[in-house]
Design a protein. Structure first.
Lengths: 352, 352
């Protein structure tokens, strides 16, 4: 059995005894029944994921996967491709949005080069990023497959490796990404895996105008026509219209799920990665927490396919892992409610 | 000029220069334009409130106002009135929801007895709560005014005093409350001050069933008929159909606004207090941040009247200040984004 198959085989359902024990305690807390709403739902889920009524969530890691995209040459983004490398530098220097929100959350940020079109070897050699680069950017999905089947397997496997390496020192994962042009493969993946039209799931990314949006939709439609991805085969979809960082996110989620670690899925691109993980292993969805509802219009459709309600809705559209970093506070809040609020009996308060 | 009038006179509009300077920096950050959405709106607001492009928010205080309600005798709540006193004990012992979430937020909880129907003098003497008690609970608003005009002024004044006393050691306030039966006066206030029907703004509180909800609506309708509160006079509405803790919250908000301190308004009952503050001083709204959208159905209407979008929507319906505690993380996140994310120039990243 190969690494991907082994990982998938290791992903188990929630621990029902821990879920039940958590629910029993939550129902006795000094408050009206289930008065903390979705935080209580989350607390019950965390108990099921971790198999504990004291789910550990203090050691937090956001994995920001970077990759470049051949389709950037087709003029689908408001920014030039060089920004991917520049933003990796910004991550390493601690000046990006994800660094700032991770510091606030008490999380570390681990940056992974999954296939950036630039030389990051010095940062990798210095241990400032992890290098899992598959190639210097994908091929242009508008004219053929973004990557080979072997590259797709390699990239997902790299994400699994990263999860495995970090799992020993991580209780709670967050996904993140950087890659100029990466809402284009994300919309393509979401269209294929949800069955929605390209126009329905394609938005303005970093901020393109109407004319460029129409062009982006046409590029994705052409990509689907040229590549004919098989919606029943997650690896085929990933290879034909995906991206290296999206594959890495899918692998990270599978690896985290196999280690029974909850994963906060960030925004639209991360959710495209989550859909690939779902296609490869439906059970993996049980370990995902949707961090937020982004502005990107395909995101809602993708979250529905996962069956997830987002924790936050703040008109974010940055990615990087910023939404995951913000939502970590809510995960900790859910655990604190479960473990620290007094029961009616403990506090001698009259129940209803 | 009396204390209330002096406080109202001291409430100023936002500092426009600080707002503009904050916006200018936010527009240069290494991310697509306004990509952190509502956190950036909030950062701009905080600059305007505090008159600083480094808005201080680290010293956080949640003020949980407790009071009892004569209308509890009319059978409007799922819980007996004794729970108000018991929950004050729970707050003091650190076992309630607000304590747990305040600890996570790094906030202190200050409990104020605004008029509980029980003896809290030992806790007050020990310095564990602040006593501003007006009376041991309001009169039953179903049969006459909940309090006198003088009591309403006293209770709002007490909230102002609390804000003034705490403002020296507080950058960011959160409101909270405890009082069995207090969704009933809150719905009455919201109905009067928004002009909506009682049925539209009355919900299940701590969890009453259909029949009891119909009874609660009838009680509130009767209260409005008997008392005829004047929608143009916030103090009249408060006196006739309000509550001591709701008055305290209104005063706290006015006092915080006069000190240019942002205030996170918690859930439905706190928002009723915020509507009273708005009625007394429309400018005070500029210092309010709506923490969350609660399950209670009148809350949305009340937030619309304030012109506020809630930061969170997590099906909470607890009160105490729990939503305010949770949203403090977002306030800090907004400030960190403003002050810590690198600009394109600082990070040598190419702009669009």
């Amino acid at each position: 059995m190969n690494r991907l198959d082994k990982t998938i085989a290791a992903i188990s359902p929630h621990d029902t005894a821990s879920r039940a024990a958590a629910r029993a305690r939550l129902e006795q807390l000094t408050m009206p029944h289930w008065a903390m709403g979705r935080l209580m739902d989350l607390a019950e889920d965390l108990a099921g994921m971790t198999g504990s009524v004291h789910p550990p969530v203090t050691r937090k890691t956001i994995v920001t996967m970077a990759g470049d995209h051949g389709v950037a040459a087709s003029g689908v983004s408001a920014y030039p491709q060089e920004v991917t490398v520049q933003m990796v530098g910004n991550f390493v220097n601690g000046g990006a949005g994800v660094n700032v929100l991770a510091r606030l959350a008490g999380a570390r940020v681990v940056v992974v080069d999954m296939g950036v079109a630039g030389d990051l070897s010095a940062l990798a050699a210095a241990g400032k990023i992890i290098s899992k680069r598959v190639a210097p950017g994908t091929a242009n999905l508008a004219t053929g497959p973004a990557m080979t089947h072997e590259q797709a397997i390699q990239a997902v496997g790299a994400g699994i490796e990263v999860a495995r390496e970090l799992a020993e020192s991580t209780d709670l994962f967050g996904t993140g990404e950087m890659g100029i042009g990466n809402t284009t493969p994300s919309s393509a993946i979401v269209a294929v895996l949800t069955g929605e039209s390209v126009a329905t799931v394609t938005g303005r990314g970093t901020g393109i105008q109407d004319e460029q949006l129409a062009h982006k939709i046409a590029v994705i439609e052409e990509a689907l026509r040229v590549n004919q991805p098989d919606a029943a085969d997650g690896l085929d979809v990933l290879a034909k219209v995906g991206g290296f960082e999206i594959a890495g996110i899918a692998g990270l989620i599978l690896g985290a799920a196999a280690a029974r670690k909850p994963v906060l899925v960030d925004g639209f691109i991360s959710t495209a990665g989550a859909l690939v993980a779902q296609a490869l292993c439906p059970q993996s969805v049980d370990y995902m927490i949707a961090a937020h509802q982004s502005v990107e219009q395909g995101h809602r459709v993708a979250l529905e396919k996962l069956g997830k309600l987002p924790m936050l809705d703040l008109n974010l559209r940055l990615g990087e892992g910023t939404g995951a970093a913000l939502a970590m506070h809510h995960v900790e809040a859910a655990v604190r409610i479960l473990t620290e609020v007094a029961t009616f009996a403990e506090a001698s308060v009259s129940a209803a």
